[in-house]
Design a protein around this ligand. Structure first.
Ligand code: PRP
Ligand code: URA
Ligand code: MG
Length: 216
């Protein structure tokens, strides 16, 4: 797996990451969603450098200019619920991308032991296309691996790009073993630890709840 951790370079991205982590600022759920969306836009720009480009002629009022434009067929699949604002951010940059949605949630047997349930999928064909799989939190990595196991049954993408906001080192190690070697991971920042409940520490808390409210 090829890992692109954007926190290696200081940029305005730091501001958005610090706001989604901040226990006071993150209470403003509209700002939380919008910050995740903005991070999705920045990750999209970075990811776009790894895509394939072909020259296209553009007619201006004064002449013709050859411009290299993205030539890949792209599918963006986001993991519900927390993936929704990240999905919107990526969609803001890739106007013509096809869209897929998949659900994943933790079904707890005890506070510490859970399995991932995937119950919903809506996707276009994936064969030969570039799959961008988006989920803001990469904690244990079990959600991403579970959804990829389902998506693989639909078709074989030519390449996978994973987009995440905060990842734990442990989760990165786990998914590296389950995705093809040429998979790219685009992540805004990486934290060292998981707690006993599989939450990223310091992380930000529960991204789905912060974006959309507490669930039962
Ligand atoms: O790497 P993992 O250990 O699998 O954890 C990460 C998952 O947890 C969050 O979803 P959650 O289960 O909280 O669902 P939600 O989006 O509905 O809140 C997040 O959006 C990931 O899907
Ligand atoms: O830290 C975590 C782990 C899983 N899901 C979240 O929203 N946050
Ligand atoms: Mg959640």
């Amino acid at each position: 797996m090829i890992i692109h951790n954007l926190d290696k370079t200081n940029s305005i991205l730091n501001q958005f990451i610090s706001e989604i982590r901040d226990i006071n600022i993150q209470k403003d759920s509209m700002r939380f969603r919008r910050n995740i969306e903005r991070i999705g836009e920045i990750l999209s720009y970075e990811l776009s450098r790894e895509l394939h480009f072909q020259d296209q002629e553009v007619q201006t009022p004064l002449g013709v200019k050859k411009v290299p434009l993205v030539s890949d067929q792209l599918v963006l699949c986001s993991v519900l619920r927390a993936g929704l604002p990240l999905h919107q951010g990526i969609l803001n940059y890739f106007d013509h991308i096809e869209n897929a949605f998949i659900s994943a949630y933790r079904l707890h047997k005890t506070p510490e032991i859970f399995e991932i349930k995937v119950e919903y999928l809506a996707t276009p064909a994936l064969n030969g296309k570039i799959l961008i799989l988006a989920d803001p939190m990469l904690a244990t990595g079990s959600s991403l691996v579970s959804v990829y196991d389902i998506l693989k049954k639909i078709g074989t993408p030519s390449q996978v790009h994973l987009v995440s906001v905060i990842a734990a080192k442990e989760g990165i190690d786990y998914i590296s073993k389950h995705f093809p070697d040429n998979t790219h991971l685009w992540v805004a920042t990486v934290d060292d630890k998981l707690n006993s409940k599989g939450y990223i520490v310091p992380g930000l808390g529960d991204a789905g709840d912060l974006a959309f409210g507490n669930k039962l």
